[in-house]
Design a protein around this ligand. Structure first.
Ligand SMILES: [Zn+2]
Length: 230
């Protein structure tokens, strides 16, 4: 079995650094705009708020988002998720980690979790895009990643096919926390690819809160929301 680090090294060899949006191969000396070419960085819309506040009945403490979910970002994230392009995880993971460091001023997290897929869905897709992100973010932030701590026990309908009211019921009770002892008193960074209503992250946050997490900060590649709502 190849470890995650070896898989990543292999991907780096096979895939030179390209603009995450247009695919243009980038010079490795372009440091501060890593993974995005000059034309695309002008066009893509970054999230404006540093930490997006949550409403008072949310289980999470705040949300960090890299992009607004539209245009270039929406298109790239859809291909990251659905079109068998897991190599994009490296670029997205680095970009998200940079954003988290900027926003939190290096404020510490004790553990990184990610939103799990149901095992049947993960088998079908071959990978969990949120876990791939979490592997890179964990390495960049030097914060341990906890795998198989949050588990999706019940398969659900894709949230994107449902209206807002139904989305909350769809994910209610779908997740379980396998190792509450790993969460107690910890500052958790919880990762997902996209936040739409916040139903999924809030459902995971509920379990972490019940396990006495000290802090639950969510981070996603993109959202159009200005808060996570119950
Ligand atoms: Zn580009």
């Amino acid at each position: 079995m190849l470890g995650n680090r070896n898989i990543e090294l292999l991907i780096e060899l096979l895939f030179p650094i390209k603009c995450v949006f247009c695919g243009q191969i980038l010079s490795s000396s372009v440091k501060d705009k890593d993974f995005i070419c000059n034309a695309c960085i002008e066009e893509v819309r970054f999230s404006e708020q540093s930490v997006i506040p949550v409403c008072e009945n949310s289980y999470c403490d705040g949300l960090i988002s890299l992009f607004q979910y539209r245009g270039l970002a929406e298109k790239a994230i859809k291909s990251f998720k659905f079109k068998n392009k897991p190599e994009l995880f490296r670029a997205f993971g680095h970009l998200l980690a940079d954003r988290i460091v900027k926003v939190t001023n290096g404020e510490g997290f004790d553990i990184i979790l990610y939103v799990p897929l149901h095992r049947i869905k993960q088998l079908a897709r071959g990978y969990n895009q949120s876990m791939l992100l979490a592997v890179v973010v964990s390495r960049c932030l030097k914060v341990p990643l906890a795998k198989n701590v949050l588990v999706k026990e019940r398969d659900t309908l894709p949230q994107s096919t449902l209206n807002r009211a139904v989305r909350f019921a769809n994910v209610e009770g779908a997740f379980t926390l396998k190792r509450a002892d790993k969460i107690m008193g910890k500052r958790v960074l919880l990762l997902d690819d996209v936040l739409t209503t916040g139903a999924t992250l809030n459902q995971c946050g509920k379990l972490l809160r019940a396990a006495s997490a000290e802090k639950i900060m969510c981070a996603v590649l993109a959202t159009n929301r200005r808060g996570i709502r119950e």
